[in-house]
Ligand binder design. Structure first.
Ligand code: PEP
Ligand code: MN
Length: 341
């Protein structure tokens, strides 16, 4: 159920509705927009219906939500703007999240962080815990990688996006992460999603390799349900019969997710393509299609990268890429949001 409050509703009236929702064991998720406050009631539909909130003071309308993802649904919601330390993502704000696939060394991390910041990226990415297809491949620097990310943040001021693979590492990762990445392979790790929801740290949830958009939105729902409203959806390519490139970037997902959900949509062209030469065209298409941001891999020396080198953009020419993506985002009516003053 969604309870839409009148534009004249007072804070006390909103509070009273929340209290009544909670009195029947349901959870209330208020979302305070510029004009109106909308309260999502998640719990037993019958119990909430019996409260008879239609006539309550300050209530405009009570509407059932038909989608299984009640909190992620766009129904009666304005687009969400996720604010990461002053960097806004969503609505007219377009964001670039850039950095290496994985943290390899102090020099590599700091060189890349400075380069992407100077070029206009607003967040820095880098994995300390890596989900690798082979257990024999490099698995990430772990704690040492987190320490280097903290140093990059300190030095450049860029907020950090880094992956959490195992809930046992949550405490260490939240020390450093401004946004926790949920990798494609963990999109349906429901206990991990719920933990991230409880942590309250903004999350970037990548679409599973073979997941539908509804499954992605249900993954987001696990985080939202715990009271964490800051979720970014990420299209990163899906498995199809095509073998000419690594995955098929499903750009149709961008307008469709934005129709189904109020959450910002980020596109990852790097993992979809698996090849550097495809990253720019896919980025331009994603930005022009209305994505709220792009997460892209950048490395100072891709030929020496421990993982995903063939798809990494060169750090020293990243500024040219940013200028082109900025133009494509403008086509969709969006402005590149860089670091706050
Ligand atoms: C990554 O971002 O480095 C990564 C491994 O992504 P994905 O989970 O989409 O494969
Ligand atoms: Mn990678």
């Amino acid at each position: 159920m969604m309870i839409i409050m009148k534009s004249t509703a007072t804070a006390d009236e909103v509070q009273a509705v929340i209290a009544r929702i909670e009195s029947c064991g349901a959870r209330a998720h208020p979302s305070r927009g510029e004009e109106v406050t909308v309260i999502g009631a998640v719990g037993d539909r019958e119990h909430v219906a019996r409260l008879g909130l239609e006539g309550a003071p300050g209530v405009e309308q009570v509407v059932p939500i038909l989608k299984p993802y009640k909190l992620a649904s766009s129904q009666n919601r304005e687009p969400t703007i996720v604010d990461i330390d002053g960097r806004r993502i969503g609505a007219e704000h377009f964001s670039l999240i850039a950095g290496p696939c994985t943290v390899e060394s102090r020099d590599q991390v700091l060189t890349t962080a400075r380069a992407v910041r100077d070029a206009g990226a607003s967040l820095f990415r880098g994995g300390a815990y890596k989900p690798r297809s082979s257990p024999y491949s490099f698995q990430g620097l772990g704690q040492e990688g987190l320490r280097l990310l903290a140093e990059a943040r300190e030095e450049t001021g860029l907020p950090i996006v880094t992956e959490l693979m195992d809930a046992r590492d949550l405490e260490a990762v939240v020390e450093v992460a401004d946004v926790i990445q949920v990798g494609a392979r963990n999109m349906q790790n429901y206990s991990l999603l719920a933990e991230i929801g409880r942590s309250g740290i903004p999350a970037l949830v990548k679409r599973g390799l073979s997941s539908t958009l509804e499954e992605l939105l249900m993954a987001a729902e696990y985080i939202l349900k715990e009271g964490n409203p800051n979720v970014l959806l990420c299209e990163r390519g899906i498995r199809t019969f095509e073998t000419a490139y690594r995955f098929t970037l499903d750009l149709t997902a961008v307008p469709v997710l934005k129709e189904l959900s109020h959450l910002p949509v980020i596109v990852d062209p790097s993992h979809a393509a698996g090849r550097r030469d495809l990253v720019t065209p896919l980025s331009l298409a994603a930005a022009a299609a209305g994505a709220d941001g792009i997460i892209v891999e950048v490395h100072p020396a891709p030929e020496e990268a421990i993982c995903d080198g063939p798809q990494a953009l060169y750090a020293d020419t990243f500024g040219e890429y940013v200028a082109r993506v900025e133009q494509a985002a403008a086509v969709a009516g969006k402005v590149l949001s860089s670091a706050p003053a």
